[in-house]
Design a protein around this ligand. Structure first.
Ligand SMILES: NC(=O)c1ccc[n+]([C@@H]2O[C@H](COP(=O)([O-])OP(=O)(O)OC[C@H]3O[C@@H](n4cnc5c(N)ncnc54)[C@H](OP(=O)(O)O)[C@@H]3O)[C@@H](O)[C@H]2O)c1
Length: 254
């Protein structure tokens, strides 16, 4: 199983390089960056429910059945398992159901790619957490990497959740176009949701201290940073009064 784990990590790294090349060119072909040339599409709600689902079922199946921790799950492993599942109940179920614009469509190619990536990522992170010696005992709970990582992950999650909510509320009156978002981390960056997402996975990589966590963080950055820069450029092109001091995704830097 260890060989499969490393093969999956290598595959994710290749997918990350391909994703970076694509997002630098097309900004991620969905939402405001979707073009008619992208082929088949499906409704956005089932698309999100479908392609996010492996993050919870692949993680759970690997952790409990395919490659469970040899001496049974420790308390730390169970805590990480619970946090992962809680996040993906939000991202894979609650978030899509909160989206206002139900007639939006999502490219099939992105659904297939997302499903495959999430399947591999769910497996890799569950295997890594279940087989990390440092996560087997309670000492890890007072290790600075765990404490700082957990604080970062919670902070990132809150920033991401608030930004998701601000964007959802911009269409609360039935409007289906785009408005300038204000409040929360949007005061500093155009892609406050992506800023929170990146901080959250940086925190997760630190608190779990596994190669799979690090690879997922790098993939998330490759996926979201070029798209954030494209969002930023798009806002500046479409809104003459767009706040000049805002950056794209990293406050004060990028
Ligand atoms: N870990 C990862 O690799 C990863 C990957 C992708 C997404 N995510 C997370 O999933 C969530 C959604 O991602 P996304 O790529 O769909 O984000 P997005 O492009 O910012 O769009 C988010 C939602 O808000 C709407 N929206 C965006 N800007 C708006 C504006 N100015 N006015 C009105 N509505 C606006 C979008 O509508 P349209 O669809 O019509 O544009 C979409 O429904 C984020 O929290 C993100 O962090 C994580």
């Amino acid at each position: 199983m260890e060989t499969a784990y490393f093969a999956v990590l290598a595959t994710i790294a290749v997918m990350g390089a391909g994703t970076l090349a694509t997002t630098l060119r097309t900004a991620g072909p969905y939402g405001r960056h979707m073009t008619p040339a992208q082929g088949g599409t499906m409704p956005a709600l089932p698309a999100w429910l479908l392609f996010e689902s492996p993050q919870w079922f692949a993680f759970a199946l690997t952790f409990w059945w395919l490659a469970p921790p040899v001496d049974g799950p420790s308390g730390v492993m169970l805590l990480i398992f619970g946090l992962w599942q809680a996040h993906y109940v939000y991202r894979g179920l609650i978030y899509p159901l909160r989206m206002r614009d139900r007639h939006k469509r999502f490219p099939l190619v992105a659904v297939v790619f997302g499903f495959l990536f999430n399947l591999l990522n769910g497996f890799a992170n569950a295997y890594a957490v279940g087989h990390a010696a440092h996560l087997a005992g309670p000492d890890w709970l007072i290790d600075p990497r765990f404490v700082v990582g957990l604080c970062l992950a919670i902070f990132g999650w809150l920033v991401n959740f608030q930004a998701d909510s601000i964007l959802i509320n911009l269409r609360g009156d039935g409007f289906s176009g785009y408005r300038i978002p204000h409040g929360g981390a949007f005061r500093y960056v155009s892609a406050a949701n992506y800023f929170g997402e990146i901080v959250m996975w940086a925190g997760f990589a630190l608190m779990s201290w596994t190669l799979a966590g690090l690879v997922f963080l790098l993939f998330t950055m490759a996926n979201l940073m070029p798209r954030a820069v494209a969002h930023h450029r798009w806002y500046r092109d479409h809104f003459p009064d767009y706040p000049k001091s805002r950056r794209a995704v990293i406050p004060g830097l990028l």
